[in-house]
Design a protein around this ligand. Structure first.
Ligand SMILES: Cc1cc2nc3c(=O)[nH]c(=O)nc-3n(C[C@H](O)[C@H](O)[C@H](O)COP(=O)(O)OP(=O)(O)OC[C@H]3O[C@@H](n4cnc5c(N)ncnc54)[C@H](O)[C@@H]3O)c2cc1C
Length: 466
């Protein structure tokens, strides 16, 4: 049942002067669609529930204190300030009525209905716990700034708690970090945790040696970095082990709780791992708007909840609705930033073409420009076409690509400054703030579950004593 009020139509009596394009989501897909419409004779409304465009590939650096949240999340309205045909609205789209071409948008307790002529849905993906949403309480994922700051609190908080601890077993538990999922995100995060403990935190503590930290990288599959060729996977595994990371593949997590986790490993010592900090980097599922659209229109979704689109990226039976980025399913294309930006641009160009009288349904073609993952300072692996690179050269490529891809000159400068400081000071990190609001506001919320039932108790922050 639609939650929209169908009658009367909330649109003003006078017909719109220009074609109205509404874009839902200001991530890679939505933002690049909006930019591609800058010269078009249309009115664009971009709606996002966050006020910022998030460069998700660098979230792990916010979580580990290398970059600040502002470095990777510029305000959407600031990015688009010089594009007068775009209005940016903060709000969460909670319903789409494709027949009436209307969206329901919530911001705080206010609901607005927004009409469209063309719609681009680019709401991305959320973390998937493969049927175990309860794992999220003790093993946060990494999809938003909130997640990254939550993780930062847990990571730096674990060292603080270990400094207080006199019981060796409890101290060991605080100093054990388990990353679940050995794709690029898990590998990069594990690498940062190793560098943080071996380099950045040196001389910071008196009772513990942060270099005693145990960093474990688990994956249910047979290998790390499964999207990379064998030679690069082996090189990455060697480099990770060289900085002290334990890798355990073929190891699926079966249970997670506050003090540790359990796995299906054949090795008895891995069946139960005592670890205060668990981080989930194992999977994603499409934004719930995908299933909502599918149920309303009879479109199919794949196993991850992504909507199967036509070759021109439209929703089957609805040539005015485009689905782009992580939310779309087409030819098994991966959920990566390049697919999102190229598909967003494609949707925008198709709209421009149609308004110009070109009714050809241009199929989307994806140009893969390569993939890469950092292991540690000055080490990475990269696959660009048939070229494989590893070590320092790959790391330089990674640095250049990420600097280029970061949105906005100010953000590039900010990130470059922070990185330079880290490199010059052999790993010193300046973004290590954990605010009282992060620690105590959550505790206050936990004590009032009847007021905010959705808030899960998070027990491994600084507020918890073991
Ligand atoms: C930790 C991490 C590391 C990654 N590393 C890489 C990498 O190295 N290389 C790479 O190519 N890709 C990487 N990716 C994947 C890449 O970030 C995504 O493929 C890309 O962000 C998808 O773009 P999108 O526009 O589809 O969705 P997103 O960028 O996720 O944007 C979706 C937007 O929609 C908004 N939104 C969601 N629901 C609603 C709603 N109901 N109403 C209003 N707004 C809504 C969100 O606030 C968000 O701004 C990484 C992803 C993560 C999480």
């Amino acid at each position: 049942m639609s939650r929209l009020n169908r009658k009367p139509a909330p649109v003003s009596a006078t017909p719109p002067r220009r074609h109205r394009v509404v874009i839902v989501g200001g991530g890679f897909g939505g933002l690049f669609a909006a930019k591609a419409l800058r010269r078009a004779d249309v009115d664009v409304t971009l709606i996002d529930r966050a006020n910022h465009h998030l460069f998700q590939p660098l979230l792990y650096q916010v979580a580990t204190g290398m970059l600040s949240e502002g470095d990777i999340a510029p305000p959407i309205r600031d990015i688009l300030r010089r594009q007068p045909n775009v209005q940016v609205l903060l709000g969460e789209v909670v319903d789409i009525e494709v027949g009436a071409r209307l969206l329901a948008v919530d911001v705080l307790d206010r609901r607005t209905e927004i009409p469209y002529d063309s719609l681009i849905v680019a709401t991305g993906a959320t973390q998937s716990y493969f049927g175990h949403p309860e794992f999220a309480v003790d093993a946060p994922g990494m999809k938003t700034i909130d997640h990254a700051l939550e993780l930062r609190g847990r990571i730096f908080g674990a060292f603080e708690m270990a400094e207080h601890e006199s019981d060796p077993a409890a101290r060991h538990r605080w100093l054990t970090f388990v990353v679940v999922g050995a794709g690029p995100t898990g590998v990069e995060l594990a690498g940062q945790l190793a560098e943080l403990s071996r380099q950045s935190l040196g001389r910071n503590f008196r009772n513990i040696n942060p270099a005693d930290t145990r960093v474990m990288l688990l994956d249910a599959g047979p290998t790390i970095l499964s999207a990379f060729p064998k030679a690069l996977r082996e090189r990455a595994a060697r480099d990770l082990r060289a900085i002290g990371i334990e890798i355990h593949v073929g190891t699926a997590v079966t249970h997670i709780e506050q003090r540790g986790l359990e796995t299906n490993s054949a090795k008895p010592e891995l069946r139960r791992i005592e670890a205060a900090t668990k981080i989930w980097a194992a999977g994603v599922e499409a934004s719930p708007l995908g299933r909502l659209l599918a149920e309303a229109t009879g479109a199919e979704v794949d196993r991850a909840g992504r909507v199967k689109v036509e070759r021109d990226l439209t929703l089957p039976g609805h040539p005015e609705v485009y689905i782009v980025g992580d939310l779309m399913s087409l030819d098994g294309l991966p959920g990566v930033a390049q697919v999102a930006t190229q598909s967003g641009r494609h949707a925008a160009k198709t709209i421009i073409g149609r308004l110009g009288g070109n009714s050809t349904r241009r199929p989307f073609r994806y140009y893969d420009r390569g993939t890469m993952a950092t292991i540690s300072q000055f080490r990475a692996v990269a696959l660009i076409g048939r070229i494989q690179a590893a070590g320092f050269v790959a790391w330089l490529l990674w640095l250049g690509v990420h600097l280029f891809a970061l949105t906005g000159f100010k953000n590039r400068l900010g990130a470059l400054f922070n990185w330079t400081m880290v490199f010059l000071s052999r790993g010193g990190r300046s973004q290590r703030v954990i605010t009282a609001q992060q620690v105590f506001a959550r505790r206050a919320l936990e004590q009032q579950p009847e007021v905010i039932p959705a808030v899960q108790p998070v027990r491994e922050t600084l507020t918890h004593s073991m």
